[in-house]
Write a protein that binds this ligand. Structure first.
Ligand SMILES: Cc1cc2nc3c(=O)[nH]c(=O)nc-3n(C[C@H](O)[C@H](O)[C@H](O)COP(=O)(O)OP(=O)(O)OC[C@H]3O[C@@H](n4cnc5c(N)ncnc54)[C@H](O)[C@@H]3O)c2cc1C
Length: 471
């Protein structure tokens, strides 16, 4: 029977392997690292299991949450209620909203305005959208822009407005609570996923890095894979291959391969940015912190954090897992210098925190494992799962997807589309692989609402202006 080799054991590759195995085909999964999971996984560093970074699962991640349910691990995620906002000098008072009510109303009006846009192939940056809306106040714009850097490492001029529109529409369609794992990603997500893969007969091999491919005619002909001890083996491809490696690794495999993608060479145009993680193990439980996410509003390095010591309920002391949106600014610094800068920044928000509190630090800037957040106009370069080579399929969070699909949802969706591409080639008699839509809001309905609310927005704008002049 024709088998399938999936290369890259991140969430995209794992989902592809799981779904293709479900089609009744033999599957082998090759991963370069010592563990599966990629960015959505964990590694042992200095004897501790460290997540690549804190991960959240919004309710509109339809395919990701369905996968979690299929794996029988829905109970491994817990719902969160709030995303707390902390301003410098305000600890221990947290806010649920930052901007004054008038700015917030204008922001909501801006959201309706964004939903009324029909972008299609024409896209613009979030920065351009926000700056062209004269009714938006500086406070509202700064708040939205900061939120984006914190979650995607991308400044607003590198964020697609169509993508933002898509995720807001999906959120409006599925407004449930955000979920997060009850503990580290390895134990509560990736570990059980790997067990299910192996129990279903997927052959998982870690420490196997694809270093070269060769193409002949319309087929992928051979793969060269290097194992842990440095031995490289070239094998002929007899079945089908799903490449689920980051877009930079795909580009490095050469023009014969990237020229076969649809669109050809588009993947060479994609860009990613590092999104860092800083984990601080404290000697005591820091008083006054919630057990949910906190955004440090206006933090120069766009830090968000969660005290997983509290949230996971397994530590008596605080463990602050921070995500650092502007970690790229630290690339020239030594690890000690970067950690000092970030901890000093944290201390301006958390005055209770002192250097004596810190027992252990794990700093992962991820400069060599950047994160893909769709930029304006990037849609035309994102590859389809089906390629011009009859036996090659592509997966990864950078693959073509409807606007708004990003992060883990994009990775899982791409694994499903790659499996569907394999099904069409090898199992056409089976029903199509199920891929759920994240949902959308009709631009014309949003336009109607925007027009109806225009006089109200104008009144709020003039009120906001007057209040500010008085201050
Ligand atoms: C700090 C941080 C926080 C995040 N938080 C969230 C969040 O809250 N919510 C969310 O939805 N998303 C989040 N993300 C993004 C999310 O983790 C990724 O979008 C998703 O996991 C990408 O999955 P992937 O399989 O496409 O790619 P990857 O995870 O990059 O997987 C690719 C795999 O391929 C392997 N590989 C690479 N080259 C080779 C090779 N030559 N041969 C064999 N194997 C190879 C790699 O080792 C890796 O395991 C976050 C990312 C970061 C960095």
């Amino acid at each position: 029977m024709t088998g399938v080799t999936v290369v890259g054991g991140g969430l995209a590759g794992m989902t592809a392997a799981w779904t293709i195995r479900g089609l009744g085909l033999p599957v082998r999964l090759l991963e370069a690292g010592p563990e599966l999971g990629g960015m959505a996984g964990s590694r042992v560093i200095d004897g501790r299991v460290e997540d690549h970074g804190v991960h959240i699962f919004p309710a509109w991640y339809r395919n990701t949450l369905r996968l979690v349910a299929e794996l029988g691990i829905a109970g491994n995620l817990r719902e969160t209620k709030n995303f707390h906002q902390l301003l410098p000098g305000e600890f221990p008072a947290f806010r649920t909203a930052v901007t004054p009510a008038a700015d917030r109303l204008l922001f909501y009006y801006g959201v309706i305005d964004l939903l009324s846009q029909e972008y299609g192939a024409r896209d613009e940056s979030l920065h351009d959208f926000l700056r062209s809306r004269r009714y938006l106040t500086e406070a509202a714009i700064a708040d939205i822009e900061h939120l984006f850097v914190a979650s995607s490492a991308a400044e607003s001029d590198a964020v697609s407005a169509a993508g933002f529109r898509g995720s807001i529409a999906a959120f409006a369609r599925h407004p449930g609570r955000v979920r997060m794992p009850r503990g580290d990603l390895q134990q509560w997500f990736i570990g059980p996923f790997r067990q299910r893969l192996e129990a279903d007969g997927v052959e998982v091999r870690t420490g196997r890095e694809l270093i070269e491919v060769s193409v002949h005619g319309d087929r992928l002909q051979a793969l060269t894979v290097r194992d842990d001890d440095g031995t490289a083996v070239t094998e002929d491809v007899t079945g089908h291959v799903v490449l689920a490696v980051p877009h930079g690794r795909l580009s490095a495999l050469g023009g014969d391969l990237t020229g076969a993608l649809r669109p050809p060479y588009g993947v060479d145009e994609l860009t990613s940015r590092p999104l860092g993680a800083l984990h601080l193990y404290l000697r005591r439980r820091l008083p006054g912190l919630p057990d949910e996410h906190i955004r440090l509003v206006g933090s120069p390095h766009a830090i968000t954090l969660i005290d997983v010591g509290r949230a996971w309920g397994r530590h008596r002391t605080s463990v602050l897992n921070c995500v650092v949106g502007r970690v790229a600014r630290l690339v020239e610094l030594s690890e000690a210098e970067a950690v000092k800068l970030l901890v000093d920044e944290l201390m301006t928000f958390l005055p209770e925190l002192t250097w004596d509190d810190i027992e252990h630090v794990c700093y992962q800037p991820h400069f060599t494992a950047p994160f893909f957040a769709p930029g304006p106009g990037s849609g035309r370069y994102r590859p389809q799962s089906t390629t011009a080579l009859a036996n090659l399929h592509i997966a990864g969070d950078f693959c073509a997807a409807p606007p708004g699909v990003a992060g883990m949802e994009s990775a899982v969706r791409s694994g499903l589309t790659a499996a569907e591409s394999v099904r069409r080639a090898l199992r056409p008699e089976l029903p199509p692989v199920r891929i759920d839509r994240i949902g959308d809001i009709s631009p014309s309905a949003a336009r109607g609402l925007r027009m109806a609310l225009a006089p109200f927005a104008a009144a709020v704008r003039s009120l906001a202006g007057r209040t500010r002049r008085r201050r």
